[in-house]
Design a protein around this ligand. Structure first.
Ligand code: NAD
Length: 331
């Protein structure tokens, strides 16, 4: 049996997920939710989706009565994650919600509560927790293979050009590159160290284009302090292409570059090159979640709403640190 998944929001990442289903064993693309009738028609034909599993944003709540949908995968702009997670939970569906989980920590808490009350499970689209190179970085750090990690450096960014992109509208995105890609630098710092950060300092980069960056930061740098004394120094930017993830420990170093995007990845340690298969990350992620849900098992905490909330608390603190110039304690 396969878990029946409905994709909610048919934009660029939904198309990548749709490809992911081709390689999946434990789930299938069973339904769609879209506000655009022409997309509904095109997806219906391409993926053989029955009319009864096609919804728009107005009639979405009727999905409650549809036994042929088990899970709703929310791939909408960030500002819509909370509303659609809560509506899907009320409809009794499990949920995968894309990163970043919501616009702030308070919204994440509401989403977690709604899922708990409805008795459904909530996962966040943290695909790198299923990706072999990143799993190796996590193992090397957490198992102290090269001793205690002292320094992590993570940078992720790309150049953005379209002033109409929702990612540049604060009300829809919640912020700039930190919300969109910086969250991966934060995630990697947390899963390599296996620790939760205590405090943060942060700095906004200059406004490099007044039209593009009227509402959100063009770039942001931040420094996290962890209980062991480990420091993580991160950058996320919309000004240049960068994808680099480095850790230095007492007896060696390990790094991926690229290592946060969709792959193929390259990695090395003080002992030489890393070699792992380049997998379909979306298939691995959806399968990992679907297999557990089919077995009625709880999802591992590092991919749930609680994990999304932890990240969002740190992101809230990073923005506060950058805005005030103060060192902010993370609670
Ligand atoms: P996108 O702009 O390509 O797609 C967004 C979809 O939402 C579109 O189909 C659009 O029609 C729909 N939509 C509905 N109401 C809208 C509104 N009011 N304004 C704008 N769009 C509206 O964006 P995307 O790149 O697919 O990103 C969607 C989500 O997926 C984001 O939260 C993003 O962070 C996340 N994402 C995750 C990954 C990953 O690797 N995990 C990669 C890309 C995007």
């Amino acid at each position: 049996k396969r878990l029946n998944i409905a994709l909610c929001g048919l934009g660029r990442y939904a198309s990548i997920l749709a490809d992911g289903f081709q390689d999946a064993e434990y789930c299938k693309l069973a339904g769609i939710i879209t506000g655009t009738p022409s997309k509904a028609e095109a997806w219906k034909k391409q993926y053989d989706i029955p009319d009864k599993n096609i919804y728009n944003y107005q009639n979405f709540d009727n999905i409650k009565n549809n036994k042929d949908i088990d899970l709703v995968y929310i791939v909408l702009p960030n500002s819509m994650h909370k509303e659609y997670t809560i509506r899907a939970a009320k409809a009794g569906k499990h949920i995968i919600c894309e990163k970043p989980m919501a616009l702030n920590a308070a919204d994440c808490e509401e989403m977690i509560e709604a899922c708990k009350n409805a008795g459904v499970q909530l996962a966040i689209g943290y695909r790198l927790h299923y990706e072999p190179y990143n799993l190796e970085m996590k193992r090397l750090g957490q198992e102290k293979v090269f001793g205690q990690v002292r320094l992590i450096e993570a940078s992720l960014g790309y150049r953005t050009f379209d002033p109409n992109e929702w990612r540049l509208k604060k009300a829809m995105s919640g912020g700039g590159p930190l919300m969109n890609v910086g969250i991966y630098c934060l995630q990697s710092s947390r899963y390599v160290s296996g620790e939760e950060p205590l405090s943060v300092t942060a700095q906004f980069g200059p406004v490099t284009d007044k039209q593009l960056f009227a509402e959100v930061e063009a770039s942001i740098m931040w420094q996290l302090n962890f209980p062991s004394g480990l420091v993580s120094n991160c950058t996320s930017t919309y000004n240049c292409n960068v994808d680099r993830f480095f850790a230095s420990a007492d007896d060696g170093q390990f790094e991926l570059s690229p290592g946060i995007s969709y792959g193929p990845f390259k990695g090395r340690t003080s002992n030489g090159e890393l070699h792992f298969p380049d997998i379909n990350q979306q298939a691995a992620q959806m399968d990992g979640i679907s297999k557990l849900l089919l077995e009625n098992k709880p999802l591992p905490s590092h991919i749930t709403g609680e994990e999304g909330l932890k990240d969002m608390k740190v992101i809230d603190a990073i923005y506060k640190a950058a805005a005030t110039g103060e060192k902010i304690m993370i609670v």
